[in-house]
Design a protein around this ligand. Structure first.
Ligand SMILES: [Zn+2]
Length: 514
C-alpha cells in the first residue's frame, strides 16, 4: 500500500488537559496504510523510515483532523429561503425549502467542511418524504457522496413518530386550523412520516448495508423528546443496546422544549430520557442549551456526551449552553456546526474561535474556555460521540492518519511572539483561517491536496448543483411554499403564552439553571 511522512514546524499531537497540548517542534508523523506508525522529531522520523511521499514543510503546522459532531444539510436554510428566527417558527418556514439533490447537496457541505479541516462528520439526516424506498435512496446518495470525496462519516437517520410541526399531537394541532389548511397540512405530514417499525427496520438495513464501509459508521438518531413517543424511545434504546450503536438526540435546544418536557413528564427532558434508560456513553445530547444543574449532574454521572452547537443556538434564538459548568463537571462536550455557523457555512476554525470567546464570564477564575479545551472539543471529544471513538481525534501511534496540514505562515506572518504567553494552540484557535488549510488526509490519503480536492471535481459539482436549482418550482414545491406561509401564524399562536415570564428571562437560563 502506501506510506507518507507529514512534517510541520509544529505537529500538534493532542490535548493533555485544559491548559496543555502535546506539540512537537519541527515534528513529523509517519503513516502507513492509513494508520499512524510513528510520531516524533522530523530528523529522527525521516532517518527511520522511507516514505513513498513527504507532505507538509517546515512552514506548516499539522493538527489532528477536526470532527463536526452535528450536521444536517448542504445548502443552508438561508440559501433555501428561511431566515434566522426562533427555532419553533423556523421549523415551519423550512417546509417551503426546495428539494435538493442529496448527492450534490452532501458534496457541497463536504467541500466546506474539508476546507476548514474537518475529516469526520456526524451526519444527522432527516425530513425526507416517504415512502421508505425514497428515504433509502436518499440515504444511499448521501453516503455515496462521502464515499466519493473520501470523508469519514458517522450517519444516522432522524427517527420521529409524533408532534411533527409543533410540540403537540399532529391531529390536535390540525384541529386549530381552518378545514382546508388542516387537510393540506395533514397530507404534508403524512407524506413526511414513516411508521415506527419501518424506521426501526431502516436502521437495521442501513447498518447492514453501509456500516462495513471503511470510513462509514451507522448510528441512531432519536430526533428529540417531543418527536418521539415512549414506544419509540424504548425501541431505540433496545436497538442501541443490541448493536452497541451510539445515539445522537437533540435535547432542550430552546426554552420551549424545556417547557414541553415539564408538561410531558413533570421534570426535565434529561430526567425523562434517563427514566427510559437512554443515558450513558452511547448517548450524545445535541444542544443541551437549557440544561439545569441537575441535568448536568446526571449527564456527568452517566457518562452521557453533549454536543455544543453554539452558532446554531445564537442564530435560532435558542440561548447559550452552560459549557463552563459542563466542563467543570467533567462532561465530554463535542462541537457541532448544525445547519451552518455564523458565516452561513461550515467553518470549524471560526466556530472554535467563537466558542473560545462566547463563554467568557466576567471574573478572574479559571472557569472559561481555553484554547486546548476548544481544540479537544473539536477533535478527541467529538470522536467519542461517534462509533470511531478512540481510533481518531489525536496524532498518536496506532490511530487513524486523519490530519490537517495548515500554513503556519498564514497564521504567524509577518510576526507572532510565542516567547511570552501565547502558545501554538492559542495561535491556531485565534488566527487560523480556512485560507491556510492546505492538505487534508483521511486514513492517510490526501483528499484535499494543496487546496484541491483529489477525488471530486468541485467546480463541476457546484456548477451541476447551480444548474439544478435554477429550474422552476415544481407543483409540490409551490404547494409547500403556500402551506408554510399559511401555517406560520397558527404556529406562532400555538406558542403564545407557552412559557411563563420567568422561563423566558435569559438570566434565568444563564444564572439560575433550576
Ligand atoms: Zn440539529
Amino acid at each position: 500500500m502506501s506510506s507518507s511522512l507529514i512534517r510541520g514546524k509544529y505537529v500538534v499531537c493532542g490535548v493533555v488537559d485544559r491548559h496543555q497540548a502535546t506539540v512537537i517542534e519541527d515534528g513529523a508523523v509517519f503513516q502507513r496504510d492509513g494508520v499512524i506508525v510513528d510520531v516524533g522529531g522530523h530528523d529522527e522520523i525521516a532517518k527511520k523510515y522511507q516514505p513513498d511521499e513527504v507532505i507538509g514543510s517546515p512552514d506548516d503546522v499539522v493538527i489532528p483532523g477536526l470532527v463536526n459532531s452535528h450536521h444536517h444539510v448542504g445548502l443552508t436554510p438561508v440559501q433555501l429561503g428561511s431566515r434566522d428566527q426562533a427555532l419553533e417558527l423556523w421549523f415551519a418556514t423550512r417546509i417551503a425549502g426546495r428539494t435538493v439533490d442529496p448527492y450534490l447537496d452532501t458534496l457541497y457541505s463536504a467541500f466546506e467542511m474539508i476546507e476548514s479541516g474537518i475529516t469526520t462528520v456526524q451526519h444527522l439526516k432527516g425530513w425526507v418524504p416517504a415512502p421508505l424506498a425514497n428515504v433509502e435512496a436518499v440515504i444511499g446518495r448521501v453516503l455515496d457522496a462521502y464515499d466519493a470525496i473520501g470523508m469519514r462519516v458517522s450517519f444516522s437517520y432522524a427517527l420521529r413518530d409524533q408532534n411533527r410541526l409543533v410540540y403537540q399531537a399532529d391531529a390536535d394541532f390540525q384541529r386549530r386550523l381552518p378545514d382546508d389548511l388542516a387537510a393540506e397540512l395533514g397530507a404534508f405530514l403524512r407524506n413526511s412520516a414513516l411508521p415506527l417499525d419501518e424506521q426501526l427496520g431502516l436502521f437495521e438495513d442501513t447498518y447492514a448495508k453501509y456500516n462495513g464501509r471503511d470510513r462509514t459508521r451507522i448510528q441512531l438518531g432519536p430526533a428529540n423528546l417531543h418527536w418521539c413517543s415512549d414506544q419509540a424511545l424504548a425501541a431505540v434504546r433496545d436497538i442501541s443496546d443490541k448493536y452497541q450503536a451510539p445515539m445522537h438526540m437533540h435535547l432542550v435546544e430552546s426554552p420551549y422544549q424545556k417547557e414541553y418536557a415539564r408538561r410531558r413528564g413533570g421534570g426535565t427532558a434529561v430526567d425523562y430520557i434517563h427514566a427510559q434508560g437512554m443515558l450513558g456513553p452511547l448517548m450524545t445530547l445535541g444542544h443541551s442549551t437549557w440544561f439545569t444543574e441537575g441535568d448536568i449532574e446526571i449527564a456527568a454521572d452517566t457518562g452521557t456526551h453533549v454536543c455544543h452547537n453554539a452558532s446554531s443556538n445564537l442564530r435560532l434564538r435558542s440561548g447559550i449552553a452552560p459549557l463552563n459548568r459542563l466542563d467543570a463537571r467533567g462532561v465530554n462536550v463535542a462541537l457541532g456546526l448544525d445547519e451552518a455557523g455564523i458565516n452561513d457555512d461550515r467553518d470549524m476554525l471560526q466556530e472554535m474561535r467563537m466558542v473560545l470567546k462566547l463563554h467568557r464570564e466576567p471574573g478572574f477564575d479559571d472557569n472559561v474556555p481555553t484554547s486546548p479545551q476548544v481544540l479537544r472539543m473539536a477533535t478527541a471529544n467529538g470522536a467519542r460521540t461517534t462509533p470511531f471513538g478512540a481510533e481518531i481525534g489525536a496524532l498518536e501511534i496506532g490511530k487513524a492518519a486523519d490530519l490537517v496540514v495548515m500554513s503556519w505562515r498564514d497564521i504567524a506572518y509577518p510576526f507572532l511572539d510565542l516567547d511570552i504567553d501565547v502558545t501554538v494552540i492559542d495561535a491556531i484557535i485565534h488566527r487560523a483561517k480556512t485560507t491556510g488549510v492546505k492538505t487534508v488526509l483521511v486514513a492517510g490519503e490526501p483528499i484535499l491536496r494543496d487546496g484541491r480536492f483529489t477525488r471530486v471535481d468541485k467546480a463541476a459539482a457546484l456548477d451541476e448543483l447551480a444548474a439544478m436549482m435554477v429550474r422552476p418550482r415544481s407543483d409540490d414545491e409551490l404547494r409547500r411554499v403556500a402551506l408554510s406561509r399559511d401555517v406560520l401564524p397558527h404556529v406562532r399562536a400555538f406558542y403564545d403564552g407557552y412559557l411563563d415570564a420567568e422561563t423566558r428571562d435569559p438570566f434565568y437560563a444563564l444564572n439560575s439553571r433550576r
